[in-house]
Ligand binder design. Structure first.
Ligand code: NAD
Ligand code: UDP
Ligand code: UDP
Length: 339
């Protein structure tokens, strides 16, 4: 399996890697697993716009061709229907590994498949990275902190996770994926990066994905009551998708392994979120209380000092600016009859 060097050869003996003056930055070949999903499709857009070639691997469990259809004519873009639980041979420079359902409703739908995706899928992508000498980035999650006893959460916090609960396929799955990533780094010299992503929202989220922002927005547009689980006093921090994509690319291109929290530190209770959605969409929107799900974390807010300092990254889009962008996307899709 011959493969091209990662980029043009660069003298490595002295100082940081630098592209020789006069040479254009070479374009990269990049795999995005889960690239037909919500975050992945936005990342693919940015990478193609930057001039890179992108191969998406996706089994369309929660992703949709619609998210990428505007790229279908581009010769630098390729979409492969493939399940990361199965091995695959490719030749690329970088691997962004996103494949995994992210919404609790989706990842609890088939928990065995979720943990297989996290463990076997991540193992395969690390095996691929090792064989071809590609840099590998794992999209882990704030869920590795579980129902946190430290607030806000720093990367040094080891978490408070139920290993046998209904969320474990996801949070323990991602913790194992982080372990695999570090073991391939230490044991096989794979260049790795780990992002711990906090709740992210934006256009192209599944209308029915069950996450709180998509639920409230779709409900308010359809003139249905917004479903608040439990007493609505639990908190989350909501990041707009373009901020996350910038953070992932800064991490991949930078010199630091991580893990890095990537999230917006603005913290809202679910009742406050409902209020913002109401102001944005329909002042007459109502709420309805529903029983909460098991093991729901009470609060979550990232400490992002590490990413600020080492990646020079911080989110720029506050909720009241990002939400309207998502709302107009949802309005269009709901009007078009999408379910
Ligand atoms: P998403 O469900 O929209 O995207 C996941 C994509 O992975 C989908 O296109 C799906 O079809 C694909 N996929 C799932 N299992 C697969 C498999 N076995 N083989 C190939 N493809 C598979 O979710 P998202 O919000 O875009 O999340 C992307 C990544 O970011 C996930 O790894 C998720 O855990 C992580 N993350 C997201 C958030 C968030 O708030 N969006 C928060 C923390 C972590
Ligand atoms: N793998 C893959 N593509 C590759 C190389 C490896 O999908 O290009 C898979 C491989 O099938 C294995 C996993 O990645 O299941 C781990 O590979 P590694 O070489 O690290 O382990 P081994 O194959 O020796 O168990
Ligand atoms: N939630 C809610 N109403 C909904 C969906 C979710 O009140 O229609 C709550 C849920 O109980 C949790 C928070 O919103 O406390 C965030 O849930 P989500 O599924 O979006 O993501 P999580 O952070 O739990 O992975």
């Amino acid at each position: 399996y011959s493969h091209r060097p990662r980029s043009i050869p660069i003298p490595t003996s002295t100082g940081p890697k630098r592209i020789p003056v006069g040479l254009k930055k070479p374009s990269k070949r990049i795999v995005v697993t889960g690239g037909a999903g919500f975050v992945g499709s936005h990342l693919v857009d940015r990478l193609l716009d930057r001039g890179d070639s992108v191969i998406v691997i996706d089994n369309f469990f929660t992703g949709r061709k619609d998210n990428l259809v505007h790229r279908f004519g581009d010769p630098r873009f390729e979409l492969i229907r493939h399940d990361v639980v199965e091995p695959i041979l490719l030749e690329v420079d970088q691997i962004y590994h996103l494949a995994c359902p992210a919404s609790p409703v989706h990842y609890k739908y088939n928990p065995i498949k979720t943990i297989k995706t996290n463990v076997m899928g991540t193992l395969n992508m690390l095996g691929l990275a090792k064989r071809i000498g590609a840099r590998f980035l794992l999209t882990s999650t704030s869920e590795v902190y579980g129902d946190p006893l430290e607030h806000p959460q720093k990367e040094t916090y080891w978490g408070h996770v139920n290993p046998i609960g209904v969320r474990s396929c996801y949070d323990e799955g991602k913790r194992t994926a982080e372990t695999l990533t570090m073991d391939y780094h230490r044991g096989a010299d794979v260049e790795v990066r780990i992002a711990r992503i906090f709740n992210t929202y934006g256009p192209r989220m599944c209308l029915d994905d069950g996450r709180v922002v998509s639920n409230f927005v779709a409900q308010a547009i359809r003139k249905q009551p917004m479903t608040v689980y439990g007493d609505g006093k639990q908190t989350r921090s909501f990041q707009y998708v373009s901020d996350l994509v910038e953070g992932l690319m800064a991490l991949m291109e930078g010199e630091h392994i991580g893990p890095f929290n990537l999230g917006n530190p603005g913290e809202f209770t679910m009742l406050e979120l409902a209020e913002v959605v109401k102001e944005t969409i329909d002042p007459s929107a109502t709420i309805e209380f529903k029983e909460n799900t098991a093991d729901d974390p009470h609060k979550r807010k990232p400490d992002i000092s590490k990413a600020k300092e080492l990646l020079n990254w911080e989110p720029k889009v506050p909720l009241h600016e990002g939400l309207p962008l998502m709302v107009s996307d949802f309005q269009k899709r709901i009007l078009n009859g999408e379910k």
